[in-house]
Design a protein around this ligand. Structure first.
Ligand SMILES: [Zn+2]
Length: 212
């Protein structure tokens, strides 16, 4: 019996496939490059946030113009939101993988990033694309109205939400790299990806040429 989900992945690498690329996010090179990109994105987002406040006529003095109790609860909520974001980001990858394959997931954390994978199968390009893009799409759409709202509510809330948004965008740099690979380098829908979480293996039917 062939269920709909089995068309989204293979249990074993089919004959005639060869490995075309291997990514290891735990490697020093990958981890340093993508964390540097994440930091740069965060700085750019914060610069944009400060600029928009300045343009809106906020002078620095009203940023911390909240009561001390409210300040403390604001920072606690901010810390909770930051941790919650990391968990939810990986969960969204997982939901996409689970919905499309029904297979066992893996979650974890390495020195360079948090991760979610579906290590025992080979997912087709469509499945890999869906899972990789989902947290970026979901949280970007969620953050934009929150940022607009907070901009008008209080500059401190706006700055903290911008910081989270910057972490989100920067934290998606690895995902967006894989998204680029799958949309530019591996256009063949028969491309398979094995995602162990920290590592991604790409396979293509061997008669095809890479690097076009
Ligand atoms: Zn991700």
């Amino acid at each position: 019996m062939t269920s709909k989900k089995t068309r989204n992945f293979e249990k074993a690498l089919p004959e005639g496939y060869r490995q075309a690329l291997y990514i290891n996010t735990k490697s020093a090179k990958f981890g340093l490059i993508f964390n540097a990109i994440a930091l740069l994105v965060l700085l750019l987002v914060m610069a944009f946030a400060v600029l928009t406040l300045y343009i809106g006529g906020t002078d620095g003095s009203d940023i911390f113009d909240v009561g001390s109790t409210q300040m403390l609860s604001t920072y606690l909520i901010f810390l909770g939101a930051m941790l919650g974001y990391v968990v939810l980001h990986e969960l969204v990858h997982g939901i996409a993988y689970k919905a499309m394959t029904g297979e066992k997931l893996t979650f974890g954390m390495s020195w360079s990033c948090a991760f979610c994978g579906v290590p025992h199968i080979f997912t087709y390009r469509k499945t890999a694309l869906t899972s990789v893009v989902m947290p970026f799409a979901v949280f970007t759409l969620l953050f934009i109205p929150i940022l607009i709202l907070f901009y008008f509510v209080h500059p401190l809330y706006y700055l903290l939400a911008s910081f989270l948004f910057g972490l989100h965008l920067g934290g998606c740099s690895g995902d967006l790299y894989v998204l680029c690979l799958l949309t530019v380098k591996f256009k063949d829908p028969n491309t398979l990806m094995r995602d162990t979480g920290p590592e991604q293996f790409f396979y293509i039917p061997s008669e095809e040429k890479t690097g076009n």
